[in-house]
Design a protein around this ligand. Structure first.
Ligand code: AMP
Length: 192
């Protein structure tokens, strides 16, 4: 099954994508993780992306579209993939449609994880407080998070009507407990 998890930063997309991968073998493709790996490795893409990411803004569409186009072709995606953090703009969504139709690959569902902004800020503060245990991200601080939430509302939220019109948008309550969210996702996808 090929899926998109859509939701603001801190909604728990990564956690849920990891669980879906473990249970069903759909591969989690997180553009944020891939970009952080590129930054850590000091590649050209990493050099282009670092300052933009630290400001909480979006890296250029062509960069992330190129990364995903290449990754989706890998043999481990045979059971499906879960896009986590991509697409984030209408241009990326259109590029994805184009890419998938050229490859003859279907997108089965887009799962929106709804969370309110106050809860997000608390979650990120919690994530930042885990310093030393999980490795804190440079963009997990209240200032950058505020920017990331603003960018979500202005640039990514328009994807909700985009996918609703296609009839593949499902919503779950991202404020429920982790197990409950997993159960809701499996339910809306007809996986249980
Ligand atoms: P994330 O881990 O998904 O929260 O992404 C962290 C940061 O990586 C974002 O704030 C952006 O700067 C960048 N990024 C990740 N995915 C994308 C994307 N699809 N388009 C543009 N920028 C992205």
């Amino acid at each position: 099954m090929n899926l998109i998890l859509l939701g603001p930063p801190g909604a728990g997309k990564g956690t849920q994508a990891g669980r879906l991968q473990e249970t069903f073998g759909f591969i989690q493709l997180s553009t944020g993780d891939m970009l952080r790996a590129a930054v850590a490795a000091g590649t050209e893409i990493g050099k282009r992306a670092k300052a933009v990411m630290d400001r909480g803004e979006l890296v250029p569409d062509d960069v992330v579209v190129g990364i995903i186009a290449e990754r989706i072709d890998a043999p481990d995606c045979v059971l499906g993939f879960i896009l986590d953090g991509f697409p984030r703009t209408t241009a990326q969504a259109e590029a994805l449609d184009d890419m998938l139709s050229k490859k003859g690959v279907q997108l089965h569902a887009v799962v929106e994880m709804t969370v309110d902004d106050g809860v997000l800020l608390d979650r990120i503060k919690g994530r930042a407080a885990q310093a030393g245990t999980k490795g804190v991200r440079a963009d997990d601080n209240p200032e950058t998070l505020a920017k990331r939430i603003e960018v979500y509302h202005s640039q990514t939220a328009p994807l909700l009507p985009y996918y609703r019109k296609k009839g593949i948008l499902k919503a779950v309550d991202g404020m429920a407990g982790i197990d409950e969210v997993t159960a809701q996702i499996e339910d809306v996808l007809g996986l249980k």
